[in-house]
Design a protein around this ligand. Sequence first.
Ligand code: PLP
Length: 448
Amino acid sequence: MKPFSDPNQTSLVDRSLDAVWHPCTQMKHHESLPLIAITKGKGAWLFDDKGTALLDCISSWWTNLFGHSNPRINQAIISQLEKIEHVMLAGFTHPPVVELSEKLSALTQGHLGHVFYASDGASAVEIALKMSHHYWKLNNKPQKKKFVCLENGYHGETLGALAVTDVAIFRDAYGSLLQDVFTVSSPDIRKAQEGESADDVARRAAKKLEDLLKSEHQNIAAIIVEPLVQCAGQMAMYSPEYLRLVRSLCDRFNIHLIADEIAVGCGRSGKFFACEHAGIWPDFLTLSKGISGGYLPLSLSMTTDTIYQTFYADQTQQGFLHSHSYTGNPLACAAALACLNIFETESVLEKNLERSKDLTKAFAWAKEDTRIQHWRQQGMILAFDIKPKSLKSPNSFSREMFSASLKEGVLIRPIGNTIYVMPPYILSAEDAMQMGTSVQRALDQVLV
Ligand SMILES: *Cc1c(COP(=O)(O)O)cnc(C)c1O
């Protein structure tokens, strides 16, 4: 049995370490790594229990678009709360979910006109994978059940989503539980050889996919990709040319394209959907994270009328019989509608063009820094890598850098030797500058 800590004698942080098993964490590391108790947030700033302010450079795990405690989103949730907090979505519907689905469909100009809801990102991925295979089964191709994913891709950590994830740290312990997939080369621009452009790398990677599809397409249901940026995979960026090539290979070999826009969607890449940079539409598109502005768990998988119609029949079993208790929750949908309203009324995508230039300026120093390589940016994501020879201790760099930046008043969370920022879309030019100089000062403390 575990002893109880006395709330009057023990700090909030120590009580948390006693009672909360924190995600994505080796708990023992908290013997030296600070755990931070956040008690308040406003705009791009977070405040801990001692009142210390931290600039949130990572949008609360990539979810927050318009700042913490945003008055418009707060009000939308409060108004919805006074009407109804939960509606089961089987056999029932409600205004926010209808309006949200219509708006999202309109954002794809009707290409992806049917929206299926869940609560977390991994579940939206599971939905797309299941729907894809089920579609082929309904079309008398039950053997099409394998999935193709990209080297270094990330799609969540439930068993289905983890199977198509290729990030060793999340996958290794559970490999024996996961279904077999085909993993093809990533079009990561960092892999460019002497004289190669980003498009060349994209073509090289697409060729590998083509080779696989030539021999295996009869057994493959879908390929899943993170359009333009493999976020958890160290913010690896690639050319939209890859998406165009994959789209045409999918058409040629009769397999689905699943675009996982959970991290890069909702304006993060510079357009509302990252696929728009390539001028293509996938067969399934998943959203989560930013869709509710970082307020409430909400995820969804959008698909085409062709796929929807295949499931539309008299037999129950031919339907898509998948559900989650909080599917399309009214409060979460109200938050999402408030976000889409902000996009419409405040020209967010246009203003983000300027904001992304502020980021470029704030991190201009890093382009010249000899300790740094692979400086890259896609819209509101900016990243660079520390050269291995400049790292004091490669295994603990990300934790040391995290701690050093906290002391400088900024919250960043490096992935391996990659430093990135992915701030909310309300960042002022001054905040951006402060972010840049604070990160530089923190780096100076932890590098050789
Ligand atoms: C975060 C993420 C997921 C998983 O979302 P969860 O809500 O954490 O389950 C899936 N795909 C991508 C691209 C992500 O970044």
